[in-house]
Design a protein around this ligand. Structure first.
Ligand SMILES: Cc1cc2nc3c(=O)[nH]c(=O)nc-3n(C[C@H](O)[C@H](O)[C@H](O)COP(=O)(O)OP(=O)(O)OC[C@H]3O[C@@H](n4cnc5c(N)ncnc54)[C@H](O)[C@@H]3O)c2cc1C
Length: 305
C-alpha cells in the first residue's frame, strides 16, 4: 500500500488549494473527491469574482484548473467517495466506497457544506433496507431490480448512470435534467419531479414522487438519494473529529482539529463568509500547518523563496 504524507478529503477550492501547497512543499499528496460537480463551486454555472480570472467561467472549470495546477507539482487526484476514517494512531487511514484504504501521516478535511438538512418520510426507516446514498457501495445489491435515483446535480446523474450497469431499470427523478445527455434504454427520466416519500414494509417496495401532473407511486426495490442542502458534510467522520452542535468542524487559528495531524478548511467549518477565495485561502493555511506538523517546524515556511 502506498503511504502518503498528506491525504485531502474533498477537492473543491479548499482541498485543491491545500493540495497545491502541500505538493509544492514536496509532501506526497493525494486528494479524494467524489465528483467535481458535487461541490458548491463545482455545481455553480458562472463565477465572476475569483481574483485573477476576469472572464466568467464555470465553477467546474475553475476547480479543474486548480486540480491541474496542483497536479503539475505532483498532487494525485482520485475520484472516489470517502466513506469512513480511522484517525486513532499516528498513521491515519481513510476508506473509500470501493473498499480501498489509504494511509498518511496527515489529513486535511475539505468536504464543504452541501449536506442535506432534512430527511424524507421513510428514508431513515429503510436506510440499509433499500435506501442508499452510494451507488458504488451498494449498486451490485440491486442486480436485475428496479431502482430510483433522486437528485439534481451532475453527481446524482453520474451515480444513476452507474446503476444502469446492474439494475433492470433506473428511474431518475430530478428537478433539473441536462436534456442534452444521452441515456441508455433502461434509464427513465422524470423531469421537474421530486421524491416525497419512500414506501415499504420491512424493505423498500416503492417511492412516491410529485410532478407538475400530480403525485404518483413508482414500484422500486432501491432508492438512492443525492439531494443537496447546506449542512457541513461530515457523515464519513462518524464523530472522529470535534464539531459543534451544528456539526461544523472546530479548528484553531492554524486550522488544526482536535485530532493531532488532522486539519480542516473551507465551508465544512461553516465560515461566516462562504466564498471560493476564502475556502482557497484556508486551504493554503491548512496545508502550511500540515507541513509544519509533519516536519516538526516551529513556524510556517513561506511558499516562495
Ligand atoms: C449556488 C452557489 C453559488 C455560489 N457562487 C459563488 C460565487 O459566485 N463566487 C464565490 O466565490 N463563491 C460562490 N459560492 C460559494 C463557494 O462555492 C463555496 O464557498 C466554496 O465552493 C467552498 O469550497 P469548499 O472547497 O469548502 O467546498 P466545496 O466547493 O463544496 O467542495 C467540497 C468537495 O468535497 C467533495 N466531497 C464531499 N464529500 C466527500 C466524500 N465523502 N468523499 C470525497 N469527496 C467528497 C465534493 O465532491 C466537493 O468537490 C457559491 C455557492 C453556491 C452553493
Amino acid at each position: 500500500m502506498t503511504e502518503y504524507d498528506v491525504m485531502i478529503v474533498g477537492g473543491g477550492p479548499a482541498g485543491a488549494t491545500a493540495a497545491l501547497y502541500t505538493a509544492r512543499a514536496a509532501l506526497k499528496t493525494i486528494v479524494f473527491d467524489k465528483s467535481v460537480t458535487a461541490g458548491a463551486l463545482g455545481l455553480t454555472s458562472k463565477i465572476a469574482n475569483y481574483p485573477g480570472i476576469p472572464e466568467i467561467i464555470s465553477g467546474e472549470e475553475l476547480v479543474t484548473r486548480i486540480w491541474s495546477q496542483a497536479g503539475q507539482y505532483g498532487a494525485e487526484f482520485k475520484k472516489t467517495k470517502v466513506v469512513s476514517v480511522d484517525f486513532s494512531g499516528d498513521i491515519k487511514t481513510v476508506f473509500t466506497a470501493e473498499g480501498e484504504s489509504f494511509r498518511a501521516r496527515a489529513v486535511i478535511l475539505a468536504t464543504g457544506a452541501m449536506g442535506r438538512s432534512s430527511v424524507l418520510p421513510g428514508e431513515e426507516q429503510f436506510l440499509g433496507r433499500g435506501v442508499s446514498y452510494c451507488a458504488t457501495c451498494d449498486g451490485a445489491f440491486f442486480k436485475g431490480k428496479e431502482v430510483l435515483v433522486y437528485g439534481s446535480g451532475g453527481y446524482a446523474f453520474e451515480e444513476a448512470l452507474f446503476l444502469t450497469r446492474f439494475a433492470k431499470k433506473v428511474h431518475f427523478v430530478s428537478a433539473k435534467f441536462p436534456s442534452e445527455e444521452k441515456v441508455p434504454g433502461n434509464f427513465q427520466v422524470y423531469p421537474e419531479a421530486r421524491l416525497t416519500k419512500v414506501l415499504g414494509e420491512g424493505k423498500v417496495t416503492g417511492a412516491e414522487i410529485a410532478t407538475p401532473r400530480g403525485v404518483s407511486v413508482i414500484p422500486v426495490e432501491g432508492v438512492f438519494i443525492y439531494s443537496a442542502g447546506n449542512k457541513p458534510v461530515v457523515d464519513y467522520l462518524f464523530g472522529n473529529v470535534g464539531t459543534n452542535e451544528k456539526m461544523c468542524i472546530l479548528v484553531d487559528k492554524e486550522y488544526r482539529t482536535n485530532m493531532p495531524g488532522v486539519f480542516a478548511c473551507g465551508d465544512v467549518l461553516c465560515n461566516d463568509v462562504q466564498q471560493a477565495v476564502v475556502a482557497a485561502g484556508q486551504g493554503c493555511i491548512a496545508a502550511l500547518s500540515a507541513d509544519k506538523y509533519l516536519r516538526g517546524r516551529k513556524s510556517y515556511v513561506k511558499d516562495y523563496k
